[in-house]
Design a protein around this ligand. Structure first.
Ligand code: HAM
Length: 418
């Protein structure tokens, strides 16, 4: 136990950190181009936020939340997703007063008590982008274009953008009645969770993970066939904006998404991997969420993509992110006095912005050179009493073995390396 991380969590190891940094850099770059500003919210929130936001009949709230009472007897939940905290932040900090839509993004850890399988973890990371304050279909299309362009830049192939409209509360209540009518004869065969959803929120039965429920709903009436004229018009416009940007999409009337706050447009991006199909991004419009949290009705839309699943897909597709070039100079030392001097020179070079390294294990010169090779050092310099007394040393280029005599002066060494 002491040396094993909890089930469903992953450590980031040093040989993978550059991949995460690369992705985070690409995300921040594209968000800047799209004018989305970064936000950070707490890892935990009041449980009620997710019960109200995500919905108390969803799998996330009913089965997957890490919820506990804190020492002050408050019910606290580790965030299972980022949209509800973002909506809470928007209301709490009056972001409805800045020019709308407020375009916000986050890179966060999320927590869901799920059974571990490939690409499904209990702690995972999301990049999410949210646009709050506009009901225009252009916003839905803009968000999809952002996700697709990010994947394109990373080099992902075989992606499918699937879109659907799940209507508004008005058209959905008529659909719910139709769905209940269809489900009635199968009621006894539904799982217990879905029986409890039957009256409260029958739409949730459509995304139940139980095989029996999946079999029952496969021929259920489609919500897309029942949406009202306003929702249908909105959906048509989303499609035409996507077409205008040349973004290929597919209509998938079976997408309902697993969270309650969605209205109108919903979408998922699927990576067609050799071994599995993976939903690497999901999102949609949530025009009712901010009102549900107690503020004036405010339209909004967004998406989140899972970073672990993105990295798995990159690996499946053979996309390699080279490790950034290694140590620029290794400063070796002979003897204890020189070691002190060496650390001072190394410190000076780092101050100059040079990636420099020295020995910390009292190695022999030969072992220090072996270590410098492991670090892929481009240059080395060996400092002993002679070099220190004469204030001159040999700067060795590790690629061609050439040695150039150089003054033992930090600025001069730094200039020679630039
Ligand atoms: P979601 O579909 O629940 O939506 O999650 C978004 C993405 O997070 C998924 O497509 C997947 O890539 C990743 N993900 C979800 N659960 C796990 C897990 N257990 N392990 C690994 N990756 C996972 C949301 O969370 C919404 N808040 C998205 C949104 C933003 N909608 C509007 N704005």
């Amino acid at each position: 136990m002491l040396t094993k991380a909890p089930k469903g969590t992953n450590d980031m190891l040093p040989d993978k950190s550059h991949i995460w940094q690369y992705l985070e850099d690409e995300i921040r770059k594209i968000c800047k181009e799209y004018n989305f500003k970064e936000i950070r919210t707490p890892v935990f929130e009041h449980t009620e936020l997710f019960e109200r936001g995500v919905g108390d009949t969803t799998d996330v709230v009913q089965k997957e939340m890490y919820t506990f009472m804190d020492k002050g007897d408050r019910s606290i939940t580790l965030r299972p997703e980022g949209t509800s905290p973002c909506a809470r932040l928007y209301i709490e900090h009056g972001l409805f007063n800045i020019p709308q839509p407020a375009k916000l993004f986050y890179i966060i850890s999320c927590y869901r008590y799920e059974n571990k399988q490939a690409g499904r973890y209990r702690e995972f990371h999301q990049f999410g982008a949210e646009s709050l304050g506009s009901q225009e279909p252009s916003v839905d299309a803009e968000l999809m274009s952002l996700a697709m362009l990010l994947y394109e830049r990373i080099g992902l192939k075989n992606l499918k953008l699937n879109i659907n409209s799940i209507g508004c509360p008005k058209c959905r209540s008529a659909y719910n009645e139709k769905l209940k009518e269809y489900l009635k004869p199968y009621y006894d065969n539904l799982c217990d969770t879905c029986k409890s959803r039957f009256d409260k929120n029958p739409l949730r039965i459509l995304d139940c993970k139980s095989d029996i429920c999946k079999g029952i709903v496969k021929d259920a009436p489609l919500l897309l066939d029942c949406i009202c004229d306003e929702c249908s018009d909105h959906f048509e416009k989303v499609k035409s904006y996507l077409e205008g940007m040349g973004i290929e999409y597919h209509i998938d009337p079976l997408i309902v998404r697993g969270l309650d706050y969605y209205t109108k447009t919903v979408f998922e991006i699927i990576a067609d991997n050799k071994n599995s199909n993976s939903t690497i991004c999901g999102g949609g419009r949530y025009d009712g969420l901010i009102e549900e949290l107690g503020h004036a009705p405010t339209p909004a839309t967004g998406f989140a993509l899972g970073l672990e699943r993105l990295i798995l897909t990159m690996e499946e597709q053979g996309i390699e992110i080279p490790e950034p070039n290694d140590t620029e100079i290794f400063v070796a030392s002979i003897g204890e006095d020189a070691a002190k001097f060496t650390q001072a020179i190394t410190f000076g070079l780092r101050k100059e912005g040079i990636k420099a390294e020295c020995d910390h294990l009292n190695r022999s010169v030969k072992a220090q050179m072996k270590f410098a090779n492991k670090l892929n050092a481009k240059y080395t310099i060996v400092l002993g009493d002679d070099e220190i007394n004469n204030k001159k040393a040999g700067l060795k280029c590790m690629e061609n073995g050439e040695i150039t005599e150089i003054d033992l002066d930090v600025k001069k060494i730094a200039d020679a390396l630039r």
